[in-house]
Design a protein around this ligand. Structure first.
Ligand SMILES: NC(=O)c1ccc[n+]([C@@H]2O[C@H](COP(=O)([O-])OP(=O)(O)OC[C@H]3O[C@@H](n4cnc5c(N)ncnc54)[C@H](O)[C@@H]3O)[C@@H](O)[C@H]2O)c1
Length: 361
């Protein structure tokens, strides 16, 4: 029986990227589980932002800092002295990575070196979960679900930088946090988590389907869509977060065999095209769309993840299908624009999700 409450209650958790979409949801959940949280990230750069909507600044230790500033990161990490680190800080957008490859590599590659180096300098950290992406695999554009030991790659700078992040983690694990030397030369277990396209309330990033759609409907505009036939593994935001929490739990419990990489994706029926998801969004939320026929920089067209390893080894399983994920997501935005208390609403979404997985509580 897995007990998330028992493991995270009172634990000191350092979250990078806590001001972002997934980081904010993770902090809210960890707070609910009773963790003592320190977040390290740039200040929010979207208006609105879920971090501000949930007033997370008042609920956790909040540090504004650049992941590329090793001295500051190292100082803050050693001062907080966490049990576990969840590393989410990143430049996470493919189109932006074409516009700013240097910034993308600096943040995503130097960033992971910095966090792992800071952990190396702070011997008390017991566990690190590095959040990468399904896009870290060398994409063969075939109807094939990628497994954890498949070749890494990445065509665009974002995907490629996340493959690099995987390689950096692997090198640090082999060189400094080798599982053979655990408890002899070091006390830290490190893993990576590869998740697919996440949807959920409070994402206000540019160039992402759901946020773009919500904004277009709100402004009474028609959404312009690219890559309508692209196939993606869509999942509700709490699904991969549950994976990160379970993986973190295994590492905190010193299960050395789990210091490795895990895929967290949806079931086959939720791996659908952009077109299919748009039809579903329109049926719930209204709105209209146009297809952008201009040529855009390359983006993977076909992406599927094999999730057997996480299901077998972590007892992690997808909870919602894509329709429920869309329903939960759109109800969040609807509630926000109706002026509802979003802290309570978001906690209710976590509670509802937890009920479905009551065995882990
Ligand atoms: N959202 C998705 O669909 C998805 C899918 C797969 C993987 N991921 C990964 O999950 C993580 C979180 O993604 P998100 O969707 O919440 O993104 P987001 O853009 O909402 O959040 C990114 C966070 O990183 C921080 N950050 C960016 N550059 C930084 C820097 N130089 N120094 C310090 N902090 C910096 C931001 O301040 C923010 O807190 C990323 O690592 C991303 O690659 C996201």
């Amino acid at each position: 029986m897995i007990k998330l409450l028992e493991i995270y209650k009172g634990k000191k958790v350092f979250v990078t990227g806590h001001t972002g979409f997934k980081g904010s949801w993770l902090c809210l959940w960890l707070k609910f589980l009773g963790a003592d949280i320190c977040g390290y990230a740039l200040k929010t750069d979207t208006e609105p932002s879920i971090f501000n909507i949930l007033k997370l600044k008042d609920k956790i230790k909040h540090i504004e800092g650049n992941i590329c500033d090793f001295d500051k990161l190292n100082k803050e990490l050693s001062f907080f002295c966490p049990d576990i680190v969840f590393h989410l800080a990143a430049q996470p957008l493919v189109p932006q990575s074409y516009k700013a490859p240097l910034e993308t590599y600096r943040t995503n590659v130097l960033g992971v070196v910095n966090i792992l180096e800071a952990v190396r300098c702070n011997h008390k950290v017991k566990a690190v979960v590095n959040v990468t992406t399904d896009k870290c695999y060398k994409n063969k554009e075939k109807d094939y679900a990628y497994k954890e030991d498949d070749e890494l790659g990445g065509y665009d700078p974002y995907s490629n930088s996340k493959a690099c992040s995987e390689l950096v983690t692997s090198s640090y694990r082999d060189s400094f946090f080798n599982v053979q030397d655990f408890r002899i030369k070091h006390n830290t277990l490190i893993a990576t988590a590869r998740a697919g396209n996440v949807i959920g309330g409070g994402d206000y990033s540019l160039d992402r389907l759901v946020p773009d759609f919500v904004k277009a409907v709100k402004d009474n505009q028609c959404i312009i869509l690219r890559n309508l036939n692209a196939v993606r593994p869509w999942q509700f935001v709490l699904e991969p977060l549950l994976g990160y929490l379970l993986l973190g739990k295994e590492l905190l419990e010193e299960k050395v065999e789990h210091a490795t990489a895990y895929n967290f994706g949806p079931r086959e029926e939720s791996i659908i095209t952009v077109n299919e998801i748009v039809q579903e969004l329109v049926s719930i939320y209204g709105g209209s769309y146009k297809i952008d026929t201009n040529k855009h920089p390359h983006e993977a067209k076909l992406l599927k993840l094999d999730i057997n390893k996480a299901e077998k080894e972590l007892d992690w399983h997808p909870v919602y299908g894509v329709k429920e994920a869309i329903k939960q997501t759109m109800s969040w935005y609807k509630a926000y624009y109706e002026g509802i208390n979003m802290l309570e609403f978001s906690l209710d979404q976590i509670l509802l999700f937890q009920k479905k997985i009551s065995k882990v509580l």
